[in-house]
Design a protein around this ligand. Sequence first.
Ligand code: 5GP
Length: 114
Amino acid sequence: MSDTIFAKIVRREIPADIVYEDDDVLGFRDLNPQAPVHVLFIPKRAIATLDDATPADAELLGKLLLAAAAYARAQGLAENGYRTVINTNTHGGQTVFHIHVHLLAGRQMTWPPG
Ligand code: 5GP
């Protein structure tokens, strides 16, 4: 798969406001936040899209979601709540092809999304 800006962030080749890191997952603030808290969680090992994930990725995808939840809990965001989003391909609005979970919090979310 081709390299992305997120792979460069994992390798510290470009700067990012990193707020979470463990062995498998990196979390950093979105450059163009859509809520008072907008953090992107990515696996260090790149998967392009959710559609490219296989059963071999199940543990990593679980870790990705649990990392977002752990961060939200640690930041005191869980009681009021938050939204987690994975955009996939064109109609999903995906623009960076390194799978990521958006964690959005700090305001009331609306449904349906635009
Ligand atoms: P997508 O549209 O693929 O679901 O989300 C990509 C997200 O990455 C967007 O919300 C966009 O603002 C964010 N983004 C794109 N380039 C960068 C970057 O270089 N640094 C950071 N921190 N966020 C970025």
